[in-house]
Design a protein around this ligand. Structure first.
Ligand code: PEP
Ligand code: MN
Length: 377
């Protein structure tokens, strides 16, 4: 993974447009990393700026060896410029025709900051867009266990309205004696479930040594809570062209989460989703404390789509639906739910997994909340 081949797919910031699905090339490295002294500037164009003016700005930025990220809103175009601080500061970015303002991003997280795009990003997982009007449901077992299990669950959650199948093949477990996942054969079973149902799959990559293998099968890489600050893994997933869902560490602040995401974007991969999955507090009646404060705060701080995982957040089947509904009300772009067809036999997290019928019921209720706040399922 030493040569840099081409630009990664930018997150889709234009409603309704589509990007090619390039899963097969998922592990190919992309742009060179930003230097430690990298700076981000935001060019906001005038509402009457022409397409030629915008193209001119972008091509000059590229000629200078800087990188431009273009976000097209209803009213105006925002061009984020990234590059070494000394190089950016000397350029007359404000002098181009069509430019209204040029401002540096002052926050420590730059590429993930809301102002870098000035609008929410949409991230494409397979053929599913996350970050638009639709609240996208991801569901599936904690672990992929066998063919019958994953196919049956994939079929039932797909029929119920889930758009993305989840399932772990590499499992981070507290005990080394617990089930660690099926590894490669688990990935193959996920691919089979995708063939059967058409659902794109999200699965965890725990280690850089497995990244190439996971990229061959996944439509979206999950970086788990325990790895949120595994900076070498973050950099490596940032060099792929697959979307990445980054889960909040159990003792990580919201700012820590944003800084970790910055690692991924700084390597050239802008297709990132952030996932609130509960943090450790003094509370012992629930597995974790689902921090729904994080949802509106993150929506204000970053353009990246926000996923909420109420299953790990509360950890008790009976209470998962309430927190899923609350997460939708709080503004989540996607909800991830663990579902198992025989939770009592599950190799991990059976106690917090919904039964398929309970998931069907929950989808109906989520739809009601989504519609009440002007969204859809
Ligand atoms: C999971 O999604 O099954 C998982 C292990 O999540 P987390 O990293 O949030 O604990
Ligand atoms: Mn789990």
């Amino acid at each position: 993974m030493s040569t840099f081949l081409s630009k990664p797919p930018a997150p889709d910031t234009k409603l309704g447009s589509t990007l090619p699905w390039s899963r097969q090339k998922g592990c190919e490295p992309v742009n060179p990393p930003q230097t430690a002294e990298a700076l981000a500037m935001i060019i906001i164009t005038r509402p009457d700026a022409t397409e030629e003016q915008i193209e001119h700005i972008v091509s000059r930025i590229n000629d200078w060896g800087l990188r431009a990220e273009v976000s097209r809103g209803e009213m105006r175009v925002v061009i984020g410029v990234i590059g070494p601080e000394d190089k950016i500061r000397e350029k007359p970015l404000g002098a181009f025709p069509g430019v209204e303002s040029v401002t540096p991003v002052l926050k420590p997280y730059k590429l993930v900051s809301y102002e870098f795009r000035g609008m929410p990003s949409k991230v494409k997982i397979g053929n599913v867009l996350v970050g638009g009007k639709e609240v996208v449901l991801m569901a599936g077992p904690c672990s992929v266990e066998n063919e019958d299990q994953i196919i049956a669950i994939a079929q039932s959650i797909g029929k119920a309205g889930a758009k993305i199948l989840r399932g772990g093949a590499f499992k981070p477990r507290t005990s080394p004696y617990s089930f660690q996942g099926l590894g490669k054969s688990g990935l193959q079973l996920l691919a089979e479930a995708r063939r059967e149902t058409g659902l794109p799959v999200i699965t965890e990559v725990m280690d850089t040594k497995d990244l190439e293998l996971v990229c061959e099968y996944a439509d979206c890489l999950q970086v788990g809570a325990r790895n949120m600050q595994n900076f070498s893994l973050l950099r490596e997933v940032g060099r792929t062209r697959l979307p990445v869902m980054l889960k909040r560490g159990m003792a990580a602040s919201i700012k820590d989460l944003l800084m970790s995401a910055e690692y991924i974007l700084s390597e050239g991969n802008f297709s990132v989703l952030l996932c609130e999955r509960g943090i450790r507090t003094f509370e012992t009646m629930t597995r974790n404390t689902l921090d729904l404060n994080a949802v509106p705060v993150l929506k204000a701080e970053t353009h990246l789509p926000i996923v909420v995982d109420p299953t790990h957040g509360i950890g008790i089947r009976q209470f998962v639906p309430s927190m899923a509904l609350a997460a939708v009300a709080a503004g989540a772009d996607s909800i991830m739910i663990e579902v198992h067809n025989a939770p009592e036999l599950a190799k991990s997290d059976g106690e917090q997994s919904l039964l398929p019928g309970e998931f069907v019921d929950l989808v109906g209720r989520i739809r009601g909340v989504a519609e009440a706040i002007g969204r859809e399922v």
